[in-house]
Design a binder for this molecule. Structure first.
Ligand SMILES: NC(=O)C1=CN([C@@H]2O[C@H](COP(=O)(O)OP(=O)(O)OC[C@H]3O[C@@H](n4cnc5c(N)ncnc54)[C@H](OP(=O)(O)O)[C@@H]3O)[C@@H](O)[C@H]2O)C=CC1
Ligand SMILES: CC(=O)N[C@@H](CCC(=O)OP(=O)(O)O)C(=O)O
Length: 352
């Protein structure tokens, strides 16, 4: 297919970490052609000025956010912007017939009051929001297939929900006992300078943050409640780890049947994810490392049971910029467009 025959795609927030990962993936995608890049501080520069190492592959200007102009040039638009901006642009893009994938949190919540109270932003797009689908294909593939607007899942929620899904769907745990202990590399904080992400501040140190208050808590709870068919509250504690990319999420919960052993759980997990090529359930006594997932769309899961405490423990590893962000958005696009789901999605790490 020549570039002119491919579907034109726009990336808004192209200069950021999500933006450059989207560029990398979409340049390798056989069905799309990047025709528009948008931003704010980088407007007027060329993408290749910001990332000279990709100048041989792409050299588009970064332009102002003008929904009418974007819709004239693109049929699919990725919004990779700080929270609170997508909800101002997406309704206009949708009205012009675009399909929209938002990488921020704006379209992840079915209940806008929850979004407003956790994100301290008021919203005037309830009707549009009601049509958004949560972008985690291993949970909502069928809904994504019919959607025009996808609110791609957050990074910590992706790792944690893929670990929890079989347990909640099959009623294997007491939902009120869920504890999620998660660690992220510093790229999770984005490319904009922040003091706590400086090498001199983050290197050689490990710290919890957002304890009992992180904004991913209600997102995880919303999907857990849907999976369990009852209201679920979780204890979620994220940590900043002195490395660049990757998330490791360790999930704990009490088993309803204390007689279950790890072999039972492994059989359940392998069967549950047998048709999910992006979720790799590891063999007995094997637990994931974040470096295995780097640069890939994979989520690795390791499963254990502590018969002494009656708890199941699931360890989940993803690349926060890939399955936690950009490649998951491309996976959602493939499903929305009815294309082969794996198009342009890396399955092998570049790490040794
Ligand atoms: N980093 C991660 O691990 C993950 C991030 N996300 C979410 O994805 C979104 C993007 O994150 P990330 O790529 O890390 O962020 P970055 O900080 O790296 O990039 C943000 C982008 O937004 C653009 N931007 C900022 N303000 C405006 C504005 N007012 N108008 C237009 N463009 C603007 C910037 O453009 P410019 O340089 O031109 O100002 C930049 O391209 C966020 O909502 C984040 O929460 C989701 C999952 C994981
Ligand atoms: C290390 C770090 O700062 N991580 C970010 C989460 C990453 C992110 O951008 O969150 P979304 O997945 O919701 O977009 C944070 O804790 O807010």
């Amino acid at each position: 297919m020549s570039p002119q025959e491919r579907v034109p795609v726009g990336i808004v927030g192209a200069s950021g970490y999500g933006g450059i990962q989207l560029v990398r993936l979409l340049l390798e995608h056989p069905m799309v052609n990047i025709t528009y890049m948008g931003g704010s501080g980088s407007v007027g520069q060329n993408f290749a000025d910001l990332y000279p190492h990709v100048a041989h592959a792409v050299n588009l200007p970064i332009e102002n956010l003008e929904p009418e102009a974007i819709a004239d040039r693109a049929k699919i638009v990725f919004l990779s912007l700080p929270n609170g901006l997508a909800s101002k642009i997406a309704p206009k893009l949708l009205a012009k017939g675009c399909k929209v994938l938002d990488l921020s949190a704006d379209y992840r919540f079915t209940d806008l009051q929850t979004y407003e109270s956790w994100y301290k932003e008021s919203r005037a797009d309830a009707e549009v929001n009601s049509k958004a689908v949560y972008g985690l294909p291993e949970i909502y593939r069928d809904r994504i297939a019919g959607a025009d607007l996808v609110g791609c899942a957050g990074c910590y929620p992706t790792a944690s929900l893929l670990a929890l899904q079989p347990l909640l769907k099959q009623g294997l745990i007491e939902p009120s006992t869920i504890i999620i202990d998660a660690k992220s590399g510093t790229s999770g904080g984005g490319r904009q300078p922040k003091t706590n992400l400086l090498l001199a501040e983050a290197d050689g140190s490990l710290a919890a943050y957002g304890i009992a208050s992180h904004r991913h808590t209600p997102e995880i709870e919303q999907i857990c409640s849907d999976l369990a068919g009852q209201e679920v509250l979780v204890q979620f504690t994220p940590h900043l780890i002195p490395m660049i990319r990757g998330i490791l999420s360790t999930v704990y919960a009490k088993l309803r049947d204390p007689g279950l052993v790890k072999e039972d759980l492994l059989t359940i997990y392998k069967s549950f994810y047998r048709n999910s090529e992006w979720v790799q359930v590891l063999p007995k006594n094997t637990f994931p490392q974040t470096k295995w997932a780097l640069g890939t769309n994979l989520c690795y899961l390791g499963v254990e049971v502590d018969s002494r405490t009656g708890r199941v423990i699931v360890v989940s590893a993803i690349d926060n910029l890939m399955k936690g962000q950009a490649s998951q958005a491309v996976q959602c696009m493939n499903i929305m467009m009815g294309w082969q789901e794996s198009l342009a999605l890396p399955r092998l790490t570049f790490y040794p």
